[in-house]
Design a protein around this ligand. Structure first.
Ligand SMILES: NC(=O)c1ccc[n+]([C@@H]2O[C@H](COP(=O)([O-])OP(=O)(O)OC[C@H]3O[C@@H](n4cnc5c(N)ncnc54)[C@H](O)[C@@H]3O)[C@@H](O)[C@H]2O)c1
Length: 432
């Protein structure tokens, strides 16, 4: 066996779905996790576990611990040990900066509660946490959300919630059964005070009934994490997950969903009846860029005649805009600019502008303390489905209805996470 083969074989071992290991000892986690578990009801501390140690997860963990005076981050998990280690280091620095002397109480992360593996979410859920943050790639969300809710954990759940319709249906089911826990979605603009105030004015009739919406997410390129000969094809894809539609859902789901969710919100959370779409890949054409497109233009239609024209693009050197525009019979609005114009003149939100990322966690922890229940399941599932409908309409070149979409049984990704040589589907060609 060559050095490269033997290194890949080692990686197959650690990536095996059942082989989560503690970073420090490399030991099987089962006993470690039990030994590290907490006993409940001895204090009113809320214990948080993070699943997915990337940029968003790290940020969300800090926000969670800033949302309540008695919250601690006590466990983290990632598919890869280097990501766990980097995250633990970054958290330690960030907590000291943000919380000063309280950092020691707020960050309680011994190495036996730093978990590694594709199924490491299980160990976080089982180690006695009260709240879990789901910030791994979207493909893994439905199973981990289900496990968290079944174990009675409150959840902060990043967007999108799935990459295919069976995944969305699983999350709908999970959310409907989540009677005793809170589920707060990472569709963060729903917690932005300026956006909320603008939406409130629109709902009060400031622009009259909506005629059209334009939902833009036109932006530059994303990161790429390179390749390492020791990585298996599966590991390479998971490391570079944004470029694989089975892991990310493609741009409409992974990024544009923020703007599509605003369109849904403008329509009182009534989903569109149908859509058609055009798009493709012009700049990210090589194998390195997986099987996602780099631009989409989609027209959503509602049964009452309203249309949403939606554009997303990830290409550098081009015009950029992240905005949801709405036109009504009596005026127009730019939602992210917090601006409404009608015959009375221009209204702009001038209230406080705290970080929406902080506000969403404040809502979550306040609800946990008060016994109130927040369940953002309805809109987080609908906006994910809206995004997947646009993606599928673009990939196939067909008009797709909401009803047809709900019947789509396609499951993306490998049959098992043990398929280390898994090859992704080819880039879809519309009409074929
Ligand atoms: N709400 C927002 O504004 C916002 C912003 C950025 C990202 N996000 C979302 O947050 C999620 C994470 O994005 P990111 O930017 O942090 O990406 P990232 O790549 O920086 O982080 C994802 C992490 O998950 C890890 N991971 C992969 N498979 C895993 C598994 N099975 N179990 C545990 N960990 C696993 C990866 O190794 C990586 O460290 C995505 O769903 C993304 O769409 C939301």
């Amino acid at each position: 066996m060559s050095k490269q083969d033997s290194s890949r074989s080692d990686r197959r071992q650690f990536l095996r779905s059942s082989a989560a290991v503690a970073v420090a000892s490399g030991s099987m986690i089962g006993s470690t996790a039990l030994a590290a578990g907490f006993h409940h009801s001895v204090d009113d501390k809320l214990r948080v576990g993070l699943i997915g140690c990337g940029g968003r997860g790290t940020g969300a963990a800090i926000d969670a611990c800033g949302a309540d005076s008695n919250v601690a981050l006590v466990a983290i998990a990632d598919a890869f040990p280097d990501r766990v280690k980097t995250c633990a280091r970054q958290l330690s620095r960030a907590f000291e900066e943000k919380f000063g002397t309280a950092a020691k109480e707020k960050l309680d992360l011994p190495e036996e509660r730093q978990f590694v593996g594709l199924d490491s979410y299980r160990w976080v859920i089982d180690c006695g946490v009260d709240v879990v943050i789901l910030a791994q790639p979207p493909y893994f969300r439905p199973a981990s959300l289900k496990a968290a809710v079944e174990a009675g954990k409150h959840v902060f759940c990043e967007k999108p919630i799935a990459v295919d319709v069976p995944g969305v249906l699983s999350v709908i089911d999970t959310c409907q059964n989540a009677k005793d826990v809170n589920i707060v979605s990472g569709l963060c603009w729903r917690y932005d005070l300026g956006v909320r105030a603008t939406m409130d004015k629109i709902k009060e009739g400031a622009i009259g009934p909506i005629v059209n919406i334009q939902a833009n997410y036109l932006t530059g390129e994303l990161w790429h994490r390179g390749n390492d000969p020791a990585w298996t094809p599966l590991e390479y894809q998971i490391r570079n997950w944004v470029y694989y539609n089975w892991l990310s859902g493609d741009i409409p789901a992974e990024q544009h969903i923020h703007t599509l969710d605003k369109a849904l919100w403008l329509m009182d959370d009534v989903p569109p009846a149908r859509c058609y779409s055009t798009g493709g890949r012009q700049k990210r054409t090589g194998e390195k860029w997986g099987n996602v497109y780099d631009h989409f233009a989609t027209c959503f239609e509602w049964d009452n005649g309203v249309r949403c024209f939606s554009y997303c693009r990830q290409q550098k050197g081009c015009f950029n805009e992240n905005e949801a525009h709405a036109w009504g019979y009596q005026g127009n609005a730019k939602i992210l600019a917090h601006r409404i114009e009608n015959s009375h003149g221009v209204w702009r939100y001038d209230g406080p502008k705290p970080s929406m990322y902080q506000v969403e966690h404040e809502h979550l922890f306040r609800a946990i303390r008060s016994g109130e229940k927040i369940n953002n399941g309805d809109y987080m599932c609908k906006s994910t489905l809206m995004a997947l409908m646009a993606r599928n309409a673009c990939y196939t070149g067909k008009m797709i209805t909401w009803v047809e979409m709900l019947q789509d049984k396609t499951v993306l990704g490998p049959k098992s996470l043990d398929e280390h040589d898994y090859q992704p589907d080819p880039v879809p060609i519309p009409g074929e």
